[in-house]
Design a protein around this ligand. Structure first.
Ligand code: C2E
Ligand code: CA
Ligand code: CA
Ligand code: CA
Length: 279
């Protein structure tokens, strides 16, 4: 038993070494990634539930790592937050998106609206509002082309502060979405205080609407409540025709998910903007 214990300890230790080594590789890597331009933005369409038309896009960050390949945000965002590098990454994403929106306009594709995910750290950041309006101005892009997605949990951590910042952003003409809605603890009265335009129903509910009566009821209730507050309702993570039918049946406004498109690189999304989705 003793020998086995030692063995277990060794295995555990090696796993820790691996984790901390990977962590160190990633941390120095993030710094260099900004300098070497290794971050990429993939875009996922949001689709009008009744017409199937692309209404806007969501920008989703990727890291084209030289050794590890294309990494999803789950592999590096929390580390970027711990190290403070999220501020530089966040600014890069905003500027990159504004630049891309400008390019689409120059290609004759009109005013494309793109949603950018904001970390809770960014919401607390000094002069976030100034940084965003500067990015828009430098690219010559109208604020109506930018949407910001903030998670319900982040907003509820400091509601008074969030109310003030979100109001300033909305006054600029930027749209505000509450992301992952249904997973936190917002009350109706809070929602009314926030200057928000959109609720995004979290995919954990959406993906169970066909199987789980409670999740179906929650989804239905979010749609009804959002509508009564005059908010746009978007369902994320839609993968099946059945989920789509359920959401259409309850008059959800917009749909996002693999059923229509995965997040795709800029060339591919440009083609989608030009020709629509292959439905
Ligand atoms: P999120 O904002 O909730 O984004 C939705 C996630 O669900 C994305 O994962 C997207 O690729 C994925 N998804 C979309 N459709 C489907 C579907 O039909 N089925 C399933 N199973 N998944 C779907 P991704 O791209 O890995 O991003 C994960 C999270 O990373 C995002 O969650 C967001 O919180 C964060 N993130 C992404 N880009 C940024 C960024 O630029 N800045 C910050 N701070 N966070 C970001
Ligand atoms: Ca989001
Ligand atoms: Ca979400
Ligand atoms: Ca999420």
């Amino acid at each position: 038993a003793k020998a086995q214990g030692r063995n277990n300890f060794k295995v555990y230790n090696r796993a820790m070494d691996f984790d901390s080594e990977r962590r160190m590789i990633l941390e120095t890597g993030i710094r260099r990634a900004l300098e070497r331009d290794e971050f990429r933005i993939h875009y996922q369409p949001k689709v009008d539930a009744s017409t199937g038309e692309v209404t806007s896009l969501e920008a989703l960050l990727r890291w084209q790592h030289p050794d590890l390949g294309l990494l999803p945000p789950a592999d590096f965002i929390s580390l970027a937050e711990e190290t403070g590098l999220i501020f530089s990454i966040g600014e890069w994403v905003l500027r990159q998106v504004c630049h891309q929106v400008r390019e689409w306009a120059d290609l004759g594709l009109g005013d494309v609206r793109v949603a950018v995910n904001l970390s809770g750290y960014q919401l607390q950041q000094q002069n976030l509002v100034g940084q965003i309006s500067q990015a828009l101005e430098d690219a010559g892009v109208s604020p109506e082309c930018l949407e910001l997605e903030v998670t319900e949990t982040v907003v509820m951590q400091n509601p008074d502060f969030a109310v003030a910042i979100l109001r300033q952003l909305k006054e600029l003409g930027i749209c505000i979405s509450i992301d992952d809605f249904g997973t936190g603890y917002s009350s109706l009265s809070h929602l009314r205080r926030f200057s928000i335009n959109t609720l995004k129903i979290d995919k954990s509910f959406v993906q169970e609407v066909e199987r789980n009566a409670t999740d179906a009821a929650i989804t239905q209730a979010i749609i009804a409540m959002g509508k009564s507050l005059d908010l746009k309702i978007v369902a994320e993570g839609v993968e099946t025709e059945g989920q789509l039918e359920f959401l259409r049946g309850h008059d959800c406004h917009e749909i996002q998910g693999y059923l229509f498109s995965q997040p795709v690189a800029v060339d591919k999304v440009t083609e989608i903007l030009r020709n629509g989705l292959d439905l």
